[in-house]
Design a protein around this ligand. Structure first.
Ligand code: LMR
Length: 336
């Protein structure tokens, strides 16, 4: 049988069996990988996106959410996105350095955002949009920012004064700014994947960490850290990013619908982030397993004095222009 006749015979058999595949029947699958628990602002954003995307495309898109580093850890998921093994991620902005876009580390500068509004002034404006555009040459499209509030600090000893950090091994995300921050406090920074944190604290591989209450609660960090300080010295946020060739290859109507679904999921997540973190902190307090300390104004000034030089020190890494642009958007006045 020549090839044409063979193909026709197969097609005829398929038609008879009612099994001829039409591509329109196949949903477009989006694998969305992330490293935190489903019951966190980011986890809920992913679930809300899934729900809206599937509803609004009437099943033409199927979103598979993989939380808790189930598929990939921090660094691997960025590689997987570029290779197209997953299509969507929401890494913390502190993890974009390995992609070669160091400017995102501006978000890690200590005490750069006095409140959520200051952070939003950056992400909702031209600075935020310009940063996302820098991802394009890396084969990545940035869709939206997700806000997850301010960092707290923990260890198995009280952290009130800068001197309390001396010699402590502190886990950080893979950001050079966070590394400089911990060094400025006299600590020894250790980059580590989020999924390894609990074990590392439990076994003493590291002594402490910074993080947000929703992650401290869902990862049970409070079980292995005796003291928490509500320092609000840093800020945690994410960008939802997609594989650009995949995204550009979607039918235009689907892409527009998905962009709208993601905008709405981000709006929802940003609205609940603060209350989720407050309730996580209350649950941690109620567990009785750790102390929660609110530093005095004098103590915060002491931290600021130690940490502000990091802004200048990191100009070479992050870029003076971007730091100035963030100062301008937030009204931040750099200390002399
Ligand atoms: C961390 O690694 O501490 C955070 O980026 C985890 C997260 O995604 O919230």
């Amino acid at each position: 049988m020549n090839r044409r006749i063979f193909t026709k015979a197969i097609l005829a058999a398929c038609v008879c069996l009612g099994a001829l595949p039409t591509w329109a029947d196949q949903p477009i699958v989006i694998k969305f990988s992330h490293v935190v628990a489903p019951d966190t602002p980011k986890g809920k954003a992913a679930e809300r996106f899934k729900q809206l995307a599937e509803e609004r495309t009437k099943g033409r898109v199927k979103v598979e959410v993989y939380p808790n580093s189930q598929l990939y850890k921090d660094k691997e998921e960025l590689e997987a996105l570029q290779l197209g093994s997953v299509q969507m991620l929401a890494p913390s902005l502190a993890k974009f350095g390995p992609l070669g876009v160091k400017e995102f580390e501006v978000f890690d500068l200590p005490f750069i955002f006095k409140d959520q509004a200051a952070f939003r002034a950056v992400t909702d404006g031209p600075v935020g949009a310009g940063l996302l555009r820098k991802l394009e040459p890396k084969g990545i499209t940035g869709l939206v920012y997700l806000d997850n509030g301010f960092h707290i600090m923990s260890a198995n000893k009280p952290l009130h004064h800068v001197a309390d950090f001396k010699g402590l091994k502190m886990r950080i995300q893979s950001s050079k700014v966070l590394e400089a921050q911990m060094r400025a406090l006299g600590a020894l920074p250790q980059v580590m994947a989020f999924s390894e944190l609990y074990q590392a604290l439990q076994s003493g591989v590291v002594d402490g960490t910074e993080g947000v209450p929703s992650n401290f609660w869902t990862q049970k960090i409070y079980e292995v850290q005796k003291h928490i300080t509500l320092s609000n010295h840093g800020h945690l946020a994410y960008a939802v990013i997609v594989n650009k060739p995949f995204w550009d290859g979607l039918p235009a109507d689907i892409r527009t619908t998905l962009e709208g679904a993601m905008r709405d999921a981000a709006k929802y997540s940003n609205e609940i982030a603060a209350s989720d973190n407050t309730s996580a902190l209350e649950k941690i307090k109620a567990s009785g397993k750790t102390t929660i300390y609110t530093p005095t104004a004098e103590e915060i000034n002491e931290w600021k004095k130690a940490l502000m030089p990091v802004h200048k020190e990191m100009e070479g890494r992050v870029g003076k222009d971007i730091i100035q642009a963030v100062y301008k958007a937030t009204g931040f006045v750099a200390p002399k």
